[in-house]
Ligand binder design. Structure first.
Ligand code: NAD
Length: 295
């Protein structure tokens, strides 16, 4: 049993915490949203009132926050984790953020005697609920070995990606592929409808053909073929369009050395989808935008 502090109890953080509790760890939780904290208290977690409270009497701190600016504030802010931690701790940030921020935090944390990894995830809310996430860990191999058994209680595939920041690098490349796949899958369904081909038939055939992808068979963007996908629930997130836009901005701004023509186009599409008041919808809702496009 470990004593774990967990910060960020949203779509992903909540089910990840529940799995740690299920595995009999002592979990102390913190979030700006009171209801998110209360829910986990009702499920056996302890409450932290602030960041100083989170680092008190724990071995490991895990964070699952929206963007780099939140992670930066939580770790490096005036009353952030690195200034309030009184003894060496193990920090694992599972948020998807830019490589530079992850490396800055790691450098500062290590200089203060802490261990630190970036450990972003793939697999979505369902993956978090079912403890089958993929973790992409950046940090020293010994730190990876230390945290692996804990991550394995929230996930199924736990990879060492390289030094600090390389977990984020893999994650950003992965989500670049995901966004492009999701848009491509949406275009195929929009075209099928115009051709008079049923979405069920396209799903059935493409699932076992070369068009197959996670976007199709685990997260199908049209209602019907895959009853559990967000498309069947009014595109309730899930992984929001805003989060996908954030990740595409990370991919496009990080790539000063190389042009990403489809990455750029995917970012433009998500930007305009979000601007149309859809930022909070699941990212697979991009189908609605594609299907509404007319020549
Ligand atoms: P979310 O917005 O649902 O949850 C984030 C939580 O962090 C919220 O509860 C918010 O109140 C809390 N928070 C924000 N600032 C805080 C602060 N300063 N102190 C304490 N709490 C704070 O986001 P999510 O969907 O759970 O995603 C979290 C991260 O995981 C993101 O970086 C996202 O890109 C990544 N991710 C999400 C999914 C997904 O399917 N949702 C999948 C893979 C990766």
């Amino acid at each position: 049993m470990k004593k774990i502090g967990f910060i960020g109890l949203g779509h992903m953080g909540q089910p990840m915490c529940l799995n740690l509790l299920k595995n009999k760890h002592q979990v102390k939780v913190y979030d700006l949203v009171t209801e998110a904290v209360d829910y986990l208290i009702d499920h056996g977690a302890l409450k932290a009132n602030d960041l100083a409270d989170i680092v008190d009497d724990v071995d490991i701190v895990i964070s699952m926050l929206p963007e780099g600016k939140h992670v930066s504030q939580v770790y490096l802010g005036e009353k952030g984790l690195l200034s309030v931690a009184k003894k060496p701790l193990f920090f694992a940030d599972c948020s998807t953020i830019d490589v530079q921020t992850a490396q800055t935090i790691a450098q500062k944390a290590k200089s203060l005697g802490h261990q630190v990894v970036d450990a972003p995830v793939s697999g979505g809310v369902k993956g978090a609920e079912n403890a089958v996430l993929t973790f992409m860990v950046g940090g020293a191999l010994s730190d990876f070995e230390y945290i692996k058994p804990i991550l394995a209680q929230m996930g199924k595939n736990i990879f060492h990606a390289g030094d600090n920041g390389m977990g984020q690098a893999v994650k950003i490349c992965n989500n670049l592929m995901l966004a492009i796949n999701m848009i491509g899958t949406s275009e195929a369904f929009a075209l099928a409808e115009k051709l008079g081909l049923s979405k069920e038939k396209l799903f059935e055939v493409a699932s076992t053909s070369s068009g197959q992808s996670w976007s199709l068979t685990s997260y199908c963007p049209v209602p019907g073929p895959l009853p559990a996908s967000p498309a069947n629930f009014g595109y309730k997130a899930g992984f929001t369009a805003q989060m996908m836009l954030k990740d595409l901005k990370l991919a496009n701004t990080l790539s000063s050395e190389i042009q990403l023509p489809l990455g750029q186009k995917a970012m433009d599409l998500y930007e305009s989808f979000c601007a149309d008041n859809n930022a909070g919808l699941d990212f697979s809702g991009i189908y609605l935008k594609i299907a509404a496009n007319k020549k």
